[in-house]
Every structure is written in C-alpha cells, then in structure tokens.
Write a protein that binds this ligand. Structure first.
Ligand SMILES: Nc1ncnc2c1ncn2[C@@H]1O[C@H](COP(=O)(O)OP(=O)(O)OP(=O)(O)O)[C@@H](O)[C@H]1O
Length: 263
C-alpha cells in the first residue's frame, strides 16, 4: 500500500489517531483504528476495540475539481445509505459513526473476527472455505439461510447492494450461530427496480459459484430459501413482488449465460 496514502490520511486525521491499513480497493483504502471520534478520551489502548475508517484518496488522473465532487458524492452516498439501512428493523449493517465528505472519509463500526484454526477473517468467503470438510452441515445451512434473509430484507425495503460478493458479507459469532452483516455499500442505492434486484442476486450467485462450484447449487438454494422467507411473510403483495424479482433474476441469468457463451 502506498505510503503516500497512509501519510495523507494520517495528516488529515491528526497524529493521535493511529491507523492500520487492511485493504486497498479500486475506490477506497480501508484502515482500522482504535479511536472513536466522539469518545471523551483518546487514550484507548485496548486493541480489541476498533473501528473502520474508509478513505477515498484523491485520484491524480482526474481533474481536481471533478475529483473533489466525485469523492464528496460517493462518500455522502455510502454514508446516507448506511444511515438509512440501520433504521430497518432486523437488517444487519455496520453502524455509521462519522463522515467527512470533503476529505472522503467515513468512520464505521468494525464487524467480524478471526475464524478458528487460522481460517482468516470471518467473511462469508473464508467461512465457506473453512467449512469445506463438512460443506452441507446444519451450521452452513443455517448461516446461508440467514444471509439470504438479510438480502431479502434489503430488497424488500427497496435497496440494492450493487456488489454482492461473498467478501461483502461478514459473519459475527453470537455464541450459538453466525450472524451475517452486509458491508460495502459504495455501489448501493435505493431502488424499486426488479432489474437491480435481479442483478444483485445474479452477482451473488456468480460469487458463490466461483468460491465453491461443487457446492454452489445447494448453497444458492439455501440463500434463496432465506430470501424468499422475507417476501412470503408479506402475504399476497409479497408473493407478487417475489414472483417478479425471481422472473427477472432468471432473465438476468439467461443474459449472463448468453454473454459468456459469445465470449
Ligand atoms: N465494517 C467493517 N468491519 C470489518 N471489516 C470491514 C468493514 N468494512 C470493510 N471491511 C474490510 O475491508 C475490506 C474492504 O472494504 P470495502 O469492501 O468496504 O472497500 P472497497 O474499497 O469498496 O473494497 P473493494 O474495492 O475490494 O470492493 C472488506 O472486504 C473487509 O475485509
């Protein structure tokens, strides 16, 4: 990771905010920090309490004024959607703690943990790899049904994720089971369109397929079981909406297959 980006974020945050880089994507650099921006004291030395800082650094290839406008727009859009989603009962997303749209930075709740036996961070992707010796266990089934339920809740409330991969689902161990949280709403949007929902489901199906093609059929079935549960609870209106989304999902899938056949 570029030292320049780390220096940029450190200088704008002031020297008493320690940051540790954990990921660099195309759009943003993600850090952890032990400091809460509103805590009365900045002397937190407990390393287990941490927060996420998502920073969108300036892009040199863009004109500075366009770059500023885009950074502001994207930071604001992600913050707004996170704030709105945390109002939805039962939906699990990280809490938004603070946002600085001019510097392209958001401060959010840290979720997840290290998986047992060195299996890595508790993304759904790593979790499925961890469970590869017993891929059809009740624990895997329960977790995937819960993931599907979270996506169903998101869609039922007319929001779409935009990048629904197995890395963008983080699991928290509640003691008895794994509770899924959806992260990374950088491409998220409010949408009533069945097309957006169908594309979300297709992206997820592809992601599951590429993580575990051998078990993907069963995994997708469990995901869809949880997804459908949300809509089916909503009587006739829910059934109709579900039918429309599933129909479009099938169409998106067919389009995807045609595209990959044509190369
Ligand atoms: N709230 C969170 N709690 C724990 N880890 C997180 C959180 N948010 C992000 N991360 C970690 O940082 C990584 C990148 O975050 P995120 O996907 O939001 O950034 P991004 O720049 O959009 O990434 P990409 O371009 O790879 O999609 C995640 O895969 C995850 O490992």
């Amino acid at each position: 990771m570029s030292q320049e980006i780390i220096s940029q974020v450190s200088s704008y945050l002031t020297s008493n905010v320690p940051v540790i880089p954990i990921s660099q994507g195309a759009e943003a650099v993600v850090f952890t920090t032990t400091i809460h921006p509103y805590a009365p004291s900045n002397n937190n030395t407990d390393e287990s309490i941490k927060y996420i800082l998502k920073y969108r650094p300036p892009k040199k290839y863009r004109h500075p004024s366009i770059d500023k406008a885009l950074t502001k727009h994207r930071t604001l859009s992600e913050s707004r959607i996170l704030a709105k989603l945390s109002q939805i009962s039962g939906l699990h997303v990280p809490k938004l703690i603070a946002c600085d749209v001019y510097n392209g930075c958001i401060w959010i709740e840290f979720l997840g943990e290290e998986l047992p036996n060195g299996s890595g961070f508790s993304s759904l992707k790593n979790y499925l790899w961890m469970c590869v010796l017993d891929p059809y266990s009740k624990m895997v089934e329960d977790t995937l049904v819960k993931v599907g339920y979270q996506i169903g809740l998101l869609h039922w409330n007319d929001y779409c994720h935009g990048d629904l991969t197995t890395s963008n689902v983080v699991l928290q161990n509640s003691g008895t089971h794994w509770e899924p949280y959806l992260i990374d709403f950088g491409l998220g949007s409010a949408s009533t369109l069945v097309e957006d929902k169908g594309v979300d489901l297709y992206v997820l199906e592809r992601a599951v397929n590429s993580t575990h093609s051998r078990y993907a059929e069963k995994y997708s079935q469990w995901l869809m079981q949880g997804y459908k549960e949300v809509y089916e609870k909503q009587s006739k209106k829910g059934q109709n909406k579900l039918r429309d989304v599933l129909k479009r999902f099938e169409e998106v899938r067919l389009r995807g297959r045609k595209r990959s056949m044509l190369g």
